[in-house]
Design a protein around this ligand. Structure first.
Ligand code: SIN
Ligand code: MN
Length: 266
């Protein structure tokens, strides 16, 4: 998935890129089943909404083979290496559930705001790359992005520890109103297997999901190795301190794993 000149220009100007159907239905079915199994576990890496429904599972690449493969998948690693011009390590890995009926809001925020304030990341040279595991629709809480907002740099933010079960450095309504007047809002939607990447300073958020359709998305946060975090304050499984470069696997590794898995079950 090498980025062409037009894609590089769109990323530079708009701050995001979307690749529909980058992963096949078979690859997504494997990941979806594995995610459900993880949410069913009682472990500290699985955070729940105030309702008790799963909100996010951290660090699944460290305890689940399918997600480990996804974490070094060339379709995700190569374009980000291309953009940053160096090798990457995994800063954060989460599987966000946005569960049917109960998936809660993600308030407007910039990710680099958290990486800077909580983790001491020197520059916004980490990338969020999202893999849709369910169909993302206009109605089930798609991720909303404010195009071009990354050009504002690191904006003032308030630490909201009460709205949801997840503490977040959020951007106030006046600033969001101004940014939206300039850039609008986009909400890329599509089938499971779509991949969305966006700049660490792009303002984004998502509404609660009151539909019967879950909206699971895996987020890899890939950091340029030279931009490793300097002053970690969060748990190691939330903001990793293993700065070893990721070595991409084969393109077919997820399917190979799915077939091995199936054979073992037969
Ligand atoms: C995030 O911004 O970290 C997650 C947003 C979402 O999954 O809707
Ligand atoms: Mn975010």
């Amino acid at each position: 998935m090498a980025l062409n000149a037009q894609q590089l220009k769109q990323f530079e100007e708009e701050g995001w890129l979307f690749f529909p159907e980058a992963f096949s239905p078979e690859e997504c079915a494997l990941l979806r089943a594995e995610a459900e199994g993880i949410y069913a576990q009682q472990r500290e890496e699985v955070w729940r909404e105030k309702s008790g429904a799963p909100r996010t599972a951290f660090a699944a690449h460290l305890y689940n083979e399918a997600f480990a493969i996804l974490g070094r998948h060339p379709r995700l690693i190569k374009p980000v290496e291309q953009l940053f011009g160096e090798q990457l390590y995994m800063h954060q890995y989460k599987i966000n559930a946005k569960a049917a009926f109960t998936g809660d809001v993600w308030q407007w925020h910039q990710d680099y705001g958290t990486w800077l304030r909580d983790d001491g990341m020197p520059e916004p040279r980490a990338m969020n790359i999202a893999v849709f595991m369910d169909e993302v629709m206009p109605i089930n809480g798609p991720l909303m992005l404010i195009p071009r907002s990354q050009h504002q740099g690191n904006l003032a933010a308030q630490h909201d520890t009460s709205t949801t079960s997840y503490p977040l450095w959020t951007i106030n309504d006046d600033v969001v109103t101004k940014l939206v007047a300039e850039g609008g809002i986009v909400a890329p939607t599509g089938k499971a297997g779509g991949v969305l990447m966006f700049h660490g300073n792009l303002v984004h958020g998502s509404a609660p999901n009151i539909t019967p359709y879950p909206r699971k998305i895996v987020y890899l946060t890939l950091n340029a190795c030279s931009n490793y975090i300097r002053t970690p304050t969060r748990k190691e499984w939330i903001a990793h301190t293993d700065f070893a470069p990721i070595l991409p696997c084969d393109d077919g590794a997820l399917l190979d794993h799915a077939r091995r898995y199936k054979q073992a079950a037969e």
